[in-house]
Every structure is written in C-alpha cells, then in structure tokens.
Write a new protein. Structure first.
Length: 282
C-alpha cells in the first residue's frame, strides 16, 4: 500500500467511523429481534451434535492446507514458467483443493462417524433467514471496512510502511487493469462460488460446529475466525477477516445452517470484486 493510499485512508477514517456507529446499533437491534420482519429463525427439527473432535479438526485443516501446497508444486513442475501467476492456475488449484477437502470431510462425517450432513451444517433452513442475512451484510459492510482501514493505518504506523494486499486480490486487480475478462471471470467464480462453499464447510462446519459442541459458541467463534483469517495469508486483512469470520459464525449460530453463511460470504466477495473492477475501469 503506497503512502498516497495511506493518506487517503486517514482522510476517510473519521467519516467511516461516524457512519459505522449507527450501523452497529442497527446490527444490535437485528440481534435482539427488534426489527420487524427481519428475525433469524432457528431450525425446528432437532439436529445431531457433531461427534468429531480435535483430531478430525486438525485433519481437516491439514488436508485443506497441504492439498493446496502439493497441487501448486505439482502443477508448477509441469507448467511453463510464469504460469503459476495466471488466474487459470490459481483457480484450478483452489477448485481441486476444495474438491479434495470436501470429499475428505463428507467421508469423515458420513462414513466414519455415521452422521447426517445436517451435523456439518448442510441442513435446510427457513427461507425467511435470507432477508436478515442480506440485511446483516448491508449493515456490517461499512463497519468491516472501517476495521480494515483502522488496522492498516495501525500497521503502517507500527511497521513504518504499507502492507501488501492478498495475493488473489493483487492478481484480480492486475486482471481488471488489463481488462483480462476471462481472468476476471475465473477469479470471480472462485471467490463467489468456490471459496464460500469450501471455506464455510471447513471453517464454520467442521471447526466452528465441532468446537462449539465442546467449548461453546464464543470459544468456537474465536478459534474458527482466527484460523480462517490465518489461512488467507494476509497481514493487512487479518483483523478484518477475523471480524468477518465471527459474523459468519453468528449467522450459522442463528440459522443452524451453513447456507445463509455461504450466501453472505459470496455476496461479500462479489461486492469486493465489483469495487475493484470499478476502480480499475474508472
């Protein structure tokens, strides 16, 4: 992040704080159920509590992480030089890693533990939960952005320099500037469809629900959100991603399903992509 961009963030921060304060109040009203027609509804059918423990949680994380590294190394060995920075390479690795991880998770839950998919959070939820989920995204978008601005300004003051963006975000910005439509489309597909499906199943399904059954929702939220942020490998986005992860855990807690969280995650990423495209093509 350049000094000019940091100066711009300093100018924007007071306005974002002022706007965020009433929005946080609105989120509290939503949480309390005081906004008419925007109340989360928990499932009426009983759900089996997760039976997996720390061994299964660590196995799941390892499969996600190691599969990405191994696939990247294997593909890089047989690909032309420079191909590892192409959108097709990045998206291909993510799709393959997500497929492998989901296959392991489903085998773990269904075959080894004999549990239904609903124990993993892949359960039907009331259609009415879509409205408060989208409303929560609208109300939380600017507060999350405010956290991102504050965190990056704090890092710049601490480190004496700006921080680097996420690799995927940097790659997307490059594709947008060059008007590489196929590359933009691939990265949007990855961020809006593939990432929410895989990440919600792992971080909110296996991690949050598994830890929650033993240690309660607060510990589970903190643990899964920190791991979620760490796996994105970006110092500049770490704290905002922890906040985003906590909100997604909250959605799962209130709805009893991963599907609303997947919608929230996909919408959040899609708006981020749209903003990057708008800036690049302005």
């Amino acid at each position: 992040m350049s000094p000019e961009e940091l100066d711009q963030l300093r100018e924007l921060l007071p306005a974002f704080i002022v706007i965020s304060m009433p929005l946080v109040g609105i989120i509290y009203l939503l949480h309390r159920g005081w906004i008419p027609f925007l109340r989360f509804r928990k499932p009426t059918e009983p759900r089996e509590p997760p039976l997996w423990g720390w061994e299964e949680v660590l196995l799941s994380i390892s499969v996600w992480y190691v599969s990405q590294i191994l696939l990247a190394v294997i593909v890089a060995m047989v690909s032309p030089a420079g191909a590892s920075r192409s959108p097709a390479f990045i998206v291909g690795i993510q799709v393959a890693s997500t497929a492998i991880t989901l296959a392991v998770l489903f085998d773990l839950v269904r075959r080894r533990l004999g549990q239904p998919y609903s124990a993993l959070g892949l359960a039907r939820t009331a259609p009415a939960n879509l409205a408060p989920t989208i409303f929560l995204w609208i109300a939380s978008h600017i507060p999350i952005t405010t956290v991102w601005i504050s965190w990056n300004l704090a890092l710049s003051a601490l480190l004496g320099r700006g921080t680097e963006a996420q690799v995927l975000v940097d790659l997307f910005e490059g594709c947008a500037r060059e008007k590489d439509v196929p590359g933009v489309a691939l990265l949007v597909f990855s961020g809006v469809i593939v990432a929410p499906l895989g990440e919600e199943t792992l971080f909110r399904g296996i991690l949050f629900l598994g830890v929650r059954s033993r240690w309660g929702p607060l510990v589970a939220t903190l643990f899964s959100s920190v791991v979620f942020a760490l796996f994105h490998g970006s110092l500049s986005a770490f704290v905002p991603l922890v906040v985003l992860g906590a909100i997604l855990c909250y959605v799962v807690e209130r709805t009893g399903s991963l599907y609303p969280a997947m919608v929230f995650h996909g919408v959040f990423n899609s708006v981020t992509f749209f903003e990057k495209i708008r800036q690049a093509w302005a």
